[in-house]
Write a protein that binds this ligand. Structure first.
Ligand SMILES: [Zn+2]
Length: 278
């Protein structure tokens, strides 16, 4: 599943090609995505210019003259900029034409989203899909001790395991399953510890770890930027070298004790029983 780093690298990959460009046509090949693509979308978008492409959580927000195009990659989606002469492929769902270039949403499992938020409906931050998202890990709101404050405040009174607390994305977005294991290892926190028992210093270490791990993943994806302008690119996962994830029974990179695997909420968690304390 594309996680925050993949979506951020998608944004970095497509934005330079589309900023300032005008949509000349939109073709909906199959609009039965997570939510139906609005029927009148091609008519609405035609002639509008791209002013910015931002990201909130795993949503890409394409600012046009009259509103925002909200794009989500779902479970298996990818976005590519291609020459418009390139033939459509199986599982291409929507193609946005920009004269000689096309932006294509390829989505085999159809959990992606293509939605429209007109400026008349108010600021994009107020869109119901974005309103309840946790803090953005690289925003000023989550910088330094503010990030630790957010984790501390949100976790008070919660008996849920810290791994699942992070994964839920209500305090901070973007910490998917792999990044949860890696961040908790980096912070030296046991994944099954009750979120409400996190100490203040642990919240500081965890906020730092989340930023570090996501930053590394985005940097690792940077080498795949060119893949967003050809038809075959598959950037896959960016966490090239994990310290605990998928390393069951292999020696911890710090203390050499074998890494353990547990299942939390039907997802695998990996941790070092010695380096990560409850
Ligand atoms: Zn260890």
């Amino acid at each position: 599943m594309p996680e925050l780093p993949e979506v951020e690298v998608t944004r970095l990959g497509i934005a330079p090609h589309l900023l300032g460009c005008k949509i000349t046509a939109v073709k909906v090949i199959d609009g039965r995505l997570r939510w139906p693509v609005p029927r009148n979308l091609p008519k609405i978008l035609q002639g509008q210019q791209v002013h910015s492409i931002e990201r909130r959580g795993k949503y890409l927000l394409v600012e046009l003259d009259l509103g925002y195009l909200l794009l989500h990659l779902g479970m298996t989606g990818t976005l590519r900029v291609l020459p418009s002469s390139e033939p459509l492929k199986l599982h291409d769902r929507v193609t946005f034409e920009f004269g000689k270039l096309s932006l294509r949403l390829h989505d085999p499992r159809k959990f992606g989203a293509v939605l429209w938020h007109p400026k008349t409906k108010g600021p994009i931050e107020k869109n119901s899909l974005l309103l309840k998202l946790g803090a953005e890990p690289f925003s000023p709101d989550f910088a330094g001790e503010l990030g630790a404050n957010i984790l501390y405040q949100h976790s008070r009174g919660r008996s849920i395991a810290v791994k699942q607390f992070l994964l839920a994305g209500q305090a901070v977005v973007g910490v998917g399953n792999i990044y949860c294991s890696e961040s908790l290892f980096e912070a030296g926190i046991h994944p099954a510890k009750a979120a409400g028992k996190l100490t203040r210093p642990q919240c500081t270490r965890l906020a730092n770890a989340v930023r570090l791990i996501l930053k590394k993943a985005i940097a690792a994806g940077g080498s795949s930027l060119k893949d967003f302008v050809n038809s075959d690119g598959d950037p896959g996962h960016f966490m090239v070298q994990t310290k605990v994830y998928d390393r069951k029974d292999q020696p911890c990179k710090i203390c050499k004790i074998p890494i353990k695997q547990i299942v939390q909420g039907q997802r695998s968690t990996y941790f070092c029983p010695q380096c990560q304390k409850r």
